[in-house]
Design a protein around this ligand. Structure first.
Ligand code: ARG
Length: 582
């Protein structure tokens, strides 16, 4: 689907007496490009017109008067179809020409203007290093934030840290034990992990530690100064470490974006009071729940028998906060599949509480990321933190960068690339990990392998970065300003047309990616565009990009720049950098 299809619908609409939208739904792509670029089947008009489809097609085609500057050069009847043919030069002008004339606007849109979207993503449970599974929410959320922005929305990025709970009590127990030996222990995210492991090893031997941990958490909930001091140290250290990792992945949460679970502590009583007033609370085995039987869901726990409020209650408070603070048109939660029921319950309760905006909340779910055996030594990604066998995101990034460096050094074509190998390795290695997130639709599980992620030929981030570098180097070699108005007719060939058709779809792909919250559609599109380019590029017989024929060279290089712009824009949305040379 693209804008020229919509144009065909608009031309046809008055002739068939229907809304353009209704016509659009019936349009098809002819099986071969020689048969046209957009086809209108006339079968469904046969009955109302009491005429045979081929006759209707002839009649309609006869009535179509294309304006002189139309992107279509002809509309012809072929059997029961009316087929529209794109004018090759105008197609090039409207796509590559438009990109070059206004590169900053390329791919952008104002569709979202005046609308606000809150996007919650990453949201790890802190006080331990970021596990690699958190990369999915982080990368998806960051890409969606950039996508919505490119589409004109106001975007509020939020990181709902898991920064409250019994884990903090456990860390305090371990910290206090260590303090006896090392009074001024320094705390960083790795020593926090050691404290965590220390506690879990200890509690196996001595169960009373669990009571101690609960007591410390109780002190924290009651606002005890020492407990709060430690909590703050643990939280600050964790956030600092997170920020370093985010920085490497081109993710930037503004300070006010960190609204973790703790932030909502003093809003829970109010939520519970209102649920009670509205008669939504029910007692069950000493706990308070909202009964959701009528909606085919299990009851949702609001307050535990020991008085501890829980996950769902905080999410209710936090959803209300997001609405009050930002008056959102959409509120997205980029959270794993496993929490599907939780969000259905929370959104339903909001609705029952009379929040008329509940329908604007959406759980954007995704499948699992798995590492086969062998990918990461013996440690499997599914291993639990408790046994110290979880794979940390930092290690994955470091390993990717190390591998990317080998790849770059092996393939380097210039001294300059070798001299920049470290910086490039960071861009390519991290890019490879990021892109693998988008190699499939988000609901599919991703199984990560180094071969796939780092392949220079396959569908990978490095492949696209490499294509971008190749285009850039061609433009450097040309060494002249690229014109937005070359003699496009010199490029008139079917494979080049395919490139322009791909460029024509780009902004619609972004619209679709937004509508489905599916950045992988962008990744797929960029891969297709690159494949299309490589097909033309390797066809040396028909396409010499740079030659003595200046007008032909200018047309080729204008196309090259339009493709490069598109790759840079799309990869930028996904979170990858685009090196100029590789
Ligand atoms: N901290 C949670 C976890 O790591 C995810 C939070 C999801 N967001 C939310 N609003 N409940 O599992």
């Amino acid at each position: 689907m693209s804008w020229y299809t919509r144009m065909a619908a608009e031309i046809l609409a008055p002739l068939v007496g229907k809304e353009p939208g209704a016509v659009l739904e019936t349009l098809v792509k002819p099986p071969k490009t020689e048969m046209g670029d957009v086809g209108f089947p006339c079968f469904h008009l046969a009955r109302e017109r009491k005429s045979a489809p081929p006759k209707i097609a002839l009649d309609l085609a006869g009535k179509i008067a294309l304006p002189a500057d139309s992107v279509f050069s002809a509309a012809q009847a072929a059997g029961p179809y009316v087929n529209f043919f794109l004018h090759p030069v105008r197609l090039a002008e409207e796509t590559a020409g438009a990109a070059l004339a206004a590169p900053r606007d390329w791919g952008c849109s104002r569709d979202g203007e005046g609308k606000t979207v809150v996007i919650e993503y990453s949201s790890p449970n802190i006080a331990k290093p970021l596990g690699v599974h958190h990369i999915r929410s982080t990368m998806l959320g960051a890409a969606l934030s950039r996508l919505y922005r490119a589409r004109g929305w106001k975007v509020v990025e939020m990181n709902y840290l898991g920064d409250w709970g019994t884990t903090f009590g456990q860390l305090m127990v371990a910290y206090k034990q260590k303090e006896k030996e090392t009074p001024d222990q320094a705390v960083d995210v790795h020593s926090l992990l050691q404290l965590y492991l220390h506690y879990h090893a200890g509690v196996k031997e001595d169960e009373s530690l669990a009571d101690e941990a609960r007591a410390w958490f109780k002190r924290l909930e009651d606002g005890d100064a020492e407990a709060l001091r430690l909590w703050k140290i643990f939280r600050d250290e964790s956030v600092e470490n997170l920020n370093c990792l985010y920085e490497r992945m081109n993710v930037h949460f503004p300070e006010e974006g960190y609204k973790g679970e703790a932030f909502f502590n003093d809003r829970l009583d109010d939520v519970i009071a209102r649920l009670r007033e509205q008669g939504l609370l029910k007692e069950s085995e000493g706990a308070l729940v909202v009964d959701l039987d009528a909606f085919a869901m299990p009851p949702c726990l609001i307050l535990k028998s020991d008085g501890a409020s829980i996950y769902a209650t905080r999410d209710l408070a936090s959803a209300e906060y997001r609405q009050a603070a930002y008056r959102f048109d959409k509120s997205l939660y980029i959270v794993a599949n496993q929490q599907e029921l939780h969000f259905r319950q929370v959104f339903k309760i909001l609705e029952l509480m009379g929040c008329d905006w509940a329908g604007k909340c959406e759980h954007v779910k995704f499948g699992m990321l798995s590492f086969g055996p062998g990918v990461f030594g013996e440690a499997a990604a599914t291993g639990s933190t408790r046994r110290g066998r979880v794979i940390f995101l930092e290690e994955v990034l470091d390993r990717a960068v190390e591998k990317a460096k080998n790849l770059i050094v092996e393939n380097a074509r210039s001294e300059e690339v070798l001299a920049n190998a470290d910086r490039l390795a960071e861009e390519v290695g991290v890019g490879a990990v990021i892109f693998s997130e988008f190699s499939q639709r988000r609901l599919k599980d991703v199984s990560f392998t180094w071969e796939k992620a780092l392949s220079l030929r396959g569908d990978s981030g490095p492949y696209l970065q490499y294509t971008h570098a190749r285009l850039s180097s061609m433009l450097r070699r040309y060494d002249k300003a690229v014109t937005a108005k070359p003699r496009w007719e010199l490029l008139d060939s079917p494979p080049v047309k395919e490139i322009f058709l791909k460029l024509a779809e780009y902004s619609d792909v972004l619209a679709e990616a937004e509508a489905e919250n599916e950045p992988s559609l962008i990744a797929t599109h960029l891969l297709e565009l690159s494949a299309q380019f490589n097909r033309v590029y390797t066809d040396k017989e028909n396409h010499r990009f740079i030659s003595d024929d200046e007008p032909r060279t200018a047309a080729h290089l204008a196309m090259v720049e339009a493709i490069r712009l598109t790759l840079a824009h799309g990869l930028g949305i996904l979170g990858l950098t685009t090196p100029e040379a590789m």
